[in-house]
Design a protein around this ligand. Sequence first.
Ligand code: LRH
Ligand code: MN
Ligand code: MN
Length: 424
Amino acid sequence: MQLDTNSIDNHNQSRLNAHKNKLSYWADEVEKAEATIQKLIDFQIAIPSWALGTGGTRFGRFAGGGEPRNLEEKIADVGLLHALNRSSGAISLHIPWDIPTDPKAIQELAGQYGLAFDAVNSNTFQDQSDQSLSYKFGSLQHTDAAVRQQAIDHNIEVIRHGEALGSKALTVWLSDGSSFPGQLNFRKAFQRTLDSLGEIYAALPSDWKMFVEYKAFEPNFYSMTVGDWGSSFLYASKLGPKAYTLVDLGHHLPNANIEQIVAILLNEGKLGGFHFNDSKYGDDDLTAGSIKPYQLFLIFNELIEGMDARGMNHASSLGWMIDASHNVKDPLEDLLQSVEAIQLAYAQALLVDRVALEEAREANDVAQAQEILQDAFRTDVRPLVAEARLRVGGALQPLALYRSLNMRQQLIGERGAKAVATGL
Ligand code: LRH
Ligand code: MN
Ligand code: MN
């Protein structure tokens, strides 16, 4: 389904006056506003191909209808999001859930929507029907070399799929670990995983990155072989300069200081990118910024400080990806909300008075340092984010337009009420 530009123009026209009023607040700080708007325009967030259908829990799944039935329809959905917000210009594929059987045609289709392909994700946490050996006891860590080889071959195949589409990174997330004390020799599991990752690393094209995603728990609940940023950092350091750590916000033990983890990884040149989402308890995969927006802001605060110190381009040096799913919301509405929340956190963090903050820190003026951060966090930057969209042809209020055009009903009309997407 294509969104015609008239719908966007009409929507924007009817809201233009109210928008300009809100924007006039920035009249005294035009320079700051302009710099922020430009950075927002450049900032693109990749949509996961596995989050376009209604997510479920292990207790059930309540499909919402009109879900994309194949990769082509998933690309169309991301194209729709991008047409609405002009900030979702990339898609991240999970293989084998979304195999591009005709990569040329898929690339062409994505190009029509202005979409690029971000990191490709491998899957050695499930057994596929055509697979000869089981991952029940792990993949890259497995005691049986043949299972390890099967998982290595799969990852290399995923790289090849990505190459055909113009991806530049492979994300490896492993469910490997153990469920009970005594089950696993930790040292052997680490070494086998490192050796297996080394074989995958050797198959990376020269301009590719490998993202090693860590997770503290689930599906293994006693130990995870890539369980925290420390172990991911170790793997990435031992593998070489093309390997980085990927931070999924939901993959920490409760109350972990993620912004500090981000600062240290960035300083070591080993931060690869993000899977944005939010959580109250564990890997809840909720809408970004829906539970802890201040944490999201603090993460961006560290990102901007660290990236600027290292001369890194905000838009292109790291992988900015969402990894969320929801079982009670329309996935497209959920994703629009996530993108907006990420942009808001980014814009607020751009407003932090860094000179004053450093001064306060050097003087151990704790209250002042907090004031500076919270002043930026409490600033309403929604008009700046809307203005950024407006300037590049997006909608002032993407979610409102999506609703007023009855997009979900249209998708149900096209695809059927029982259309269910592949994924988790
Ligand atoms: C694991 C994870 C990982 C997978 C995705 C489906 O919890 O975050 O990124 O690839 O979920
Ligand atoms: Mn993830
Ligand atoms: Mn996860």
